[in-house]
Design a protein around this ligand. Structure first.
Ligand SMILES: [Zn+2]
Length: 275
């Protein structure tokens, strides 16, 4: 596109360049910038003997401390190739199109333009350093949040671990002799007293008063079983017969379940007043 004209300009003058005494010399040359201007604002190529105007891929070269604006073809001819001086310090490819102000500087004070480029570059570098610092800060914050979360989880877990052994201790049966994980059956006497069928670890069945009350030992018909004070319950010979008797006496129930489920409900909501 635009570089066609630029190339043409310098190509037509290539013959002059070879005869002007300049030989390819990249020893003391630095490619400071590659810029572009509007086609209507072309700038003059400073290759001796060229004098054509260029607007795309305008090469700004510093050679022996002197700044020079060259078309890309003159640049290649002067230094041997387009890539002879490596990457431009500022800009690249076809070059960033200059603002009007920058174009004025390119013509009148190339040095000032390069100083402006440098200021821009260091401002950009500072901005990206700031952006990077912000990214790092965000990252650090995110990491801290993750660490906080992990610590909270760990604390919660430790708390839970502390609670679990407590919970296995807490729900131990009111009857230490109860067979583990066995269900209980709650019966309610006509007077409101609660009796709980509890299976002993030895697999025998007991009827325990809940809560225990004075005279519990003789509160049930003796035919059901005998009171065992050591366990605080009636040792029942035949639980099926015993339940039959309780029903005949007007007991309500059974309510069967884990004692944790059955008892608190009853204690919290007694079904009757004891006299
Ligand atoms: Zn030229």
């Amino acid at each position: 596109m635009t570089s066609g004209l630029d190339t043409l300009d310098c190509m037509t003058t290539g013959a002059y360049h070879r005869g002007d005494g300049h030989t390819p010399n990249s020893g003391n040359a630095r490619l400071r910038a590659i810029v572009a201007v509007d086609g209507k604002d072309r700038v003059r190529c400073q290759q001796p003997g060229c004098g054509h105007s260029v607007y795309a891929a305008v090469h700004v070269v510093e050679e022996d401390g002197k700044l020079m604006v060259l078309g890309s073809t003159c640049f290649a001819q002067r230094y041997g190739s387009h890539a002879a001086l490596g990457q431009a310090q500022y800009g690249g490819g076809g070059g960033r199109k200059l603002t009007d102000e920058e174009r004025q500087l390119l013509i009148q004070n190339t040095e000032a333009l390069l100083a402006q480029f440098e200021a821009q570059a260091s401002a950009d570098a500072e901005a990206s350093a700031l952006a990077e610092a912000q990214v790092h800060a965000d990252e650090a914050l995110r990491k801290q949040q993750i660490v906080d979360k992990l610590l909270a989880l760990r604390a919660a877990y430790a708390e839970r671990k502390a609670v679990i052994p407590g919970m296995t201790a807490l729900p131990s049966s009111p009857w230490p002799w109860q067979m583990e994980r066995s269900s209980v059956a709650l019966f309610t006497a006509p007077d409101g007293a609660h009796w709980v069928r509890v299976q002993h670890k030895d697999r025998s069945q007991k009827l325990a008063p809940w809560p225990q009350f004075p005279g519990w030992e003789s509160a049930l018909p003796s035919g059901i079983g005998r009171a065992d004070a050591s366990i605080g319950a009636i040792a029942v010979d035949n639980i099926a017969d015993a339940i039959q008797v309780l029903r005949q006496l007007g007991f309500l129930g059974p309510e069967v379940g884990r004692w944790q489920d059955v008892l608190p409900r009853r204690v919290a909501h007694p079904t009757g007043a004891r006299t």
